[in-house]
Design a protein around this ligand. Structure first.
Ligand code: EPZ
Length: 425
């Protein structure tokens, strides 16, 4: 447990309106998996627009422990995964960074054996990896899990995975990514049915295709991969972070401010834009990669989180803060994770009128929230508390910044630039 007293906190004085434009960083959930994907390649890879985040640094430590040579210049990462040992993933870091587990697919595809710690559960749920494991077994891997470590290897003379037809019981983002990476170097064809369709899957597929992989259907629920012998160098730019973009759109809505966000890919934000409009805001495309939020009187709406292209679970907490001050009665249903409503108690501390019933939150909009000392419980919950603090009357102290820094690059300096009264003390 982190000793909260000694840790920095965010001090927010609510009520300021915001204005101007905020620069959106590269997508955390794409950059992390592309770093794992670079393990497929025995030549130099270059990743651009990599956000500067705690999780990225942790992933870099894991790759380095595997023997990867990494050079970071600002937001550009040069990766040399020529000589690596696939059994050296460090237990303490991998068990805290779920995305690093996805490397199992790349390591198994390239080396035929891998030892990697199970990712731990976290605040939002148990986070099992059964879909990853079952898919790899379908491709010919033997998988043994003991004392928190996953040992996987491919028998047979050439120790190569075999393409397979895999149906995912749930369109898991991570399982789709693990199996897509594994299939790029497997013998023959792999079909992933009921695949996840998130933009980060498409980014991973485009990255692998740029390295010479043969993949079609990424972004749909059926992905077909024809294995190749070897992949080659790539210089690739990570897509903008749609969740950071959505978070800043909500910052505009909750403070009733007109702000712009750039760069973005508007089609990645369709469910978020649809809900902002339902709540009473306008979202205008100023050009192909710039959006402008025009606030309006906030009114209640219902939200159910679903796999893409449904409403993203990673935006649920942020909309909970917004709906807390939207007139009327809203219902939010969290269907993706079993324990991702822990920010409700903290928002209640700020005066939000929310009742929990199972995985539903019933929200009665109140005219305003009041600043209070609150504790972040997970990454997106911490973002929600910052948003609530921006709109609340008085001072909010947000503790648990180690969650926030995992997924948002310099969030307070970006907010100060927009005119927010927020500082890290
Ligand atoms: C990715 O996690 C993201 N993380 C999460 O973002 C995001 O919330 C999630 O996808 C859903 O969009 C990264 O990309 C690093 P899942 P992932 O596998 O891959 C169950 C953030 O805030 N499941 O789609 O772990 C699982 O328990 C983070 O940036 C199994 O049962 O999500 C969950 O209930 C949080 N067995 C559901 O599927 C499995 O083998 C969705 O999980 C795998 C998953």
């Amino acid at each position: 447990m982190v000793n909260e007293q000694a840790q920095p906190v965010l001090e927010i004085w609510g009520g300021n309106s915001l204005k101007g434009e905020v620069t959106i960083s590269g997508a955390k959930n794409s950059a992390l998996v592309l770093m794992a994907g670079s393990l497929l390649c025995p030549e130099d890879c270059r990743l651009r627009n990599v956000p500067d985040l705690v999780d990225i640094n942790k992933m870099s430590q894991i790759l380095t422990a595997l023997g990867v040579k990494l050079t970071k210049n600002g937001h550009t990462l040069d990766i040399d995964a020529r000589d690596i040992n696939p059994t050296k993933a460090p237990y303490d870091i991998v068990s805290k960074l779920r995305a690093s587990f996805f490397a199992i697919g790349a390591l198994l595809a390239r080396f035929g054996n891998v030892r990697i710690p199970l990712p731990g559960g976290c605040a939002i749920g148990a986070r099992p990896v059964d879909l990853h494991v079952r898919g790899l077994q379908a491709m010919g891997a033997q998988v043994i899990i003991e004392s928190g470590i996953v040992h996987a290897n491919v028998t047979g003379s050439d120790r190569r995975l075999q393409g397979a037809n895999i149906y995912l019981d749930y369109p898991s983002v991570g399982a789709t990514e693990t199996l897509l990476m594994a299939a790029t170097l497997a013998k023959g064809e792999t079909v992933i049915e009921n695949a996840a369709q998130e933009p980060e899957i498409v980014d991973l597929a485009n990255f692998c295709i740029a390295m010479g992989a043969k993949i079609s259907g990424a972004g749909t629920n059926k992905i077909i991969i024809s294995g190749v012998e070897r992949l080659h160098s790539v210089d690739y730019r990570v897509i903008p972070d749609r969740i950071e973009a959505g978070t800043f759109l909500v910052a505009g809505a909750i403070t009733q401010s007109e702000i712009s966000i750039f760069p973005v890919i508007p089609e990645h934000l369709i469910p978020v834009i649809a809900k902002l409009k339902a709540i009473g805001c306008q979202v205008i495309a100023e050009d192909s990669d710039r959006l402008r939020l025009i606030p309006g009187a906030l009114k209640a709406t219902d939200i159910e989180t679903l796999p893409y292209p449904g409403f993203p679970t990673d935006m649920q907490a942020q909309f909970m803060a917004l709906l807390s001050v939207s007139e009327g009665y809203s219902v939010i249903s969290e269907t993706v994770f079993e324990n991702r409503l822990r920010h409700v108690a903290e928002l209640q501390r700020m005066g939000a009128d929310i009742r929990l019933k199972g995985h539903h939150a019933m929200i009665n909009g109140v005219p305003f929230l009041s600043g209070a000392p609150v504790m972040a419980t997970d990454l997106r919950a911490s973002a929600a508390l910052v948003l609530a603090g921006l709109a609340a009357q008085g001072k909010t102290i947000v503790r648990g910044l180690h969650h926030l820094d995992r997924g948002y690059e310099n969030i307070e300096s970006k907010l100060v630039k927009l005119g927010a009264n927020i500082k890290r003390v």
